[in-house]
Design a binder for this molecule. Structure first.
Ligand code: HDE
Length: 698
């Protein structure tokens, strides 16, 4: 028993960050209530008063402490990426990357590097909904033995602007408008589209932002990108340009817009709940790390500037080399202490990883420390447990608000003789960080390189790479967002920009928003596509997908058992939904526990729907209008629907064609009707779960 428990502890504490955090964790179970001074408190319900109807006394130190702490419990939310959710995990490289970099955590496949990953939306406040149309942040802190390395990326590989000086303008345009603070967590308003139309370097990014990438199904099913070009440097000092990618093992999947909007109301915590539950169920999210490399001698051999953050490197031309895997295997203990206080910074690097002159990256290197100073209240935020490196840190930066370490001795300067010049700088051989000696020269100018001027080629490349259904979604997204804009002039300006990308896109959006395509417009002539950009080419597995099983008393036990068995085999999870909580019984007395009701659940919270067979179960379900809504939403969101034996009336009541001839010809609609093969029914339904059945005629 002891051994087993010990093993469990070893598993949990397999990484050093966890061991370190354990020193700070506090468990209040079986403990007496005390003040922050450690004094035991005898009463926590009544303030100290002069008489039982008299005034409260200032002397009440417990009341004062409790209320003061409460009054100060909030810190400023992040100016962008305010709403986020995070988890712990580990990263392991597949093989040594010594050819490219000397970063120690990328050398030995046996080394498990602790990580902390925070996912986020960008525009909304801390309390906004998860499923809004927005870019997602994907920020990873690697606690390496050489110090913290932060890869602070997004789920879209390019950005809106090319120079950091424009970031405040971009953000001011998409945040709620200052005069009325509307709208929350949405770019569907005048100022954002005014910015887009008048800052055309955003053309490529806006195509991504209007695509399905901006409404991910799950944090577990989206890619991550470092966006900027960084530099890898090996032990010989050779540098190479690099772009970083995270590839989710479950593939890249999205919601549909109507569904995303409904989820925003039904479960604003949809993405964080999904991540939390997956980890609790040990369905650990996994992402492979990939790198694209461009040799320095090839810097000018492409039709884009490698320093331009509005450009991606097409994977077909510059392949993504998969180099390792990250597994998120532990939820936080406390969201404020960990997720809220984590301080990510693209400037946190280790030897072997360096910067380039990307002007967006250069500006970020300033902004992230600056923002933590106000957000976390002083220069010692690196001492907050979640931010502490797992390796020792020594320097002469003492003092400041909330200093935790007690640095001994009189010497806090360099050079010194009183302390043998300690702490002393390390040589490169000892692991000292030496900046890559890139040669730079030039005049001081406020100007952008001409090589940054092409704003449309890759916007067109992205458009060309989309499947028809993805193109339709993009057109609809533009029509929705620009359709919410009040200024006719701004609407027209947006269409004018789109006419530089593609004429069909411009025409379709123009039609939707009542604008005109400018005469003589000249869309980009790029004809190439990059298949890697289409989500239709991604992996799709039922594993970890959620299926709603609608059933009531009298369900067909044999059929349900066969489907449940198949679903379990595939790794999908099933929730039984019925009229009331409790147990439901099949005709032959088999019982099923109900996990949610037609009132508490909703089709949009599930990946697929299965209406169990059984005449009297079906009758009961058909009498509920929520059943009809379940089916209609699942159908119009292109989800797999399984219709059990005798359950066709439910389909009919929802007005959904069965397409039986005799097997249903409706994509993703699997009906158990004319044949007695429950196994085949279960298998077909399971296979259909991770897909959206786009060919449905709606
Ligand atoms: Fe950020 N960004 N950003 N950003 N960013 C912040 O830092 C900023 C940019 C990204 O989960 C802030 O701690 C500037 C690109 C993520 O804690 C702030 C510019 C990319 C997160 C800031 C950019 C990102 C942030 C706000 C233009 C993708 C959340 C709070 C030069 C590569 C990190 C904070 C977390 C957060 C500044 C552009 C990703 C203000 C000035 C490009 C994932 O410092």
């Amino acid at each position: 028993m002891e051994n087993k428990d010990q093993k469990k502890v070893d598993d949990v504490f397999e990484n050093r960050k966890n061991e370190q955090l354990e020193n700070y964790r506090v468990d209040n179970k079986s403990k007496k209530l005390t003040t922050n001074q450690g004094l035991k408190v005898s009463d926590d319900e009544h303030s100290l008063k002069a008489g039982d109807r008299g005034p409260t006394l200032l002397e009440d130190f417990h009341f004062r402490e409790k209320m003061t702490h409460f009054d100060h419990e909030r810190i400023p939310e992040r100016v962008v990426h305010a709403r986020g959710y995070a988890a712990h995990g580990v990263f392991q490289v597949y093989e040594s990357m010594s050819e490219f970099t000397k970063a120690k955590f990328l050398q030995d496949p046996a080394v498990k590097t602790p990580v902390f990953v925070r996912f986020s939306t960008v525009a909304g406040s801390k309390g906004s909904s998860d499923t809004v149309r927005d870019v997602r942040g994907f920020a990873t802190k690697f606690y390496t033995e050489e110090g913290n390395y932060d890869l602070v990326g997004n789920n879209i590989p390019v950005f809106f602007i090319q120079d950091a000086i424009k970031f405040p303008d971009l953000v001011h345009s998409f945040k709620p408008e200052p005069h009325n603070e509307i709208p929350q967590a949405s770019t569907a308003h005048d100022t954002f589209w005014d910015f887009i139309a008048n800052n055309t370097e955003s053309a490529h990014m806006i195509m991504w932002a209007m695509s399905d990438r901006a409404i991910p199904r799950s944090y577990r099913m989206m890619e991550g990108f470092g966006v900027h070009t960084y530099r890898l440097v090996n032990a010989e000092g050779k540098g190479r340009f690099v772009k970083f990618h995270w590839k989710p093992v479950l593939g890249v999947h999205s919601l549909v817009w109507d569904e995303a909007q409904k989820i925003a109301g039904k479960d604003p915590d949809f993405h964080r709940r999904d991540l939390w539950e997956a980890i609790e169920m040990k369905n650990y999210p996994e992402y492979e790390l990939g790198i694209q490399i461009i040799e320095e001698v090839d810097e000018f051999n492409f039709d884009f500037d490698v320093l331009d953050p509005t450009k991606l490197w097409p994977e077909e031309k510059i392949p993504v080399k998969i180099i390792g895997k990250m597994t998120l295997n532990q939820n936080v203990d406390n969201v404020f202490a960990e997720t809220e206080q984590v301080a990510m910074h693209p400037g946190n690097v280790v030897p072997g990883i360096d910067f380039t002159n990307d002007p967006l990256l250069q500006g970020r290197l300033f902004s992230y420390t600056d923002t933590q100073l106000i957000r976390l209240g002083g220069p010692n935020f690196h001492e907050i447990p979640i931010n502490r490196p797992v390796c020792p840190f020594h320097n002469n930066q003492y003092d400041g608000y909330h200093r935790m370490t007690i640095n001994k001795g009189p010497v806090a300067y360099h050079n010194n003789s009183l302390q043998n010049n300690d702490p002393s700088p390390a040589t490169e051989e000892e692991g000292g960080y030496v900046h890559y000696q890139e040669k730079v020269e030039g005049r001081k100018i406020r100007k952008r390189s001409e090589s940054f001027e092409d704003h449309y080629s890759q916007a067109k490349l992205f458009w060309n790479s989309m499947s028809n259904v993805e193109k339709k979604h993009i057109i609809k997204a533009f029509r929705f967002e620009v359709g919410k804009v009040k200024s006719k002039d701004v609407q027209q300006q947006v269409v004018n920009v789109l006419s530089n990308i593609d004429s069909t896109l411009a025409e379709e959006v123009a039609k939707g928003v009542g604008a005109a395509v400018p005469a003589g417009s000249s869309p980009s002539e790029v004809t190439e596509s990059s298949p890697a950009l289409s989500q239709l080419n991604t992996k799709a597995v039922p594993k970890t997908r959620k299926v709603a099983l609608l059933a009531a008393d009298g369900f067909h036990a044999e059929e349900v058992a066969a489907v449940l068995e198949e679903l379990e085999k595939s790794g999908a999870t099933t929730h039984v939904i019925s009229q009331n909580l409790g147990m439901i019984k099949s005709l032959d007395g088999k019982e099923l526990e109900v996990n949610g009701t037609l009132l508490t659940e909703d089709s949009v919270l599930y990946d697929a729907l299965y209406v169990a067979g059984g005449e009297s179960s079906v009758e009961k379900l058909a009498a509920q209008k929520e059943t009809k809504m379940f089916l209609q939403d699942a159908f119009s969101h292109f989800k797999a629907i399984g219709i059990g034996k005798e359950a066709l009336p439910v389909l009919k009541a929802a007005g959904i064609p069965d397409g039986l001839e005799p097997v249903s010809s409706v994509p993703g609609l699997i009906i158990y009707q004319k044949w007695e093969e429950k196994g085949r029914f279960a298998k077909e339904l399971t296979d259909a779960i991770p897909l959206r059945h786009w060919d449905r005629q709606l």
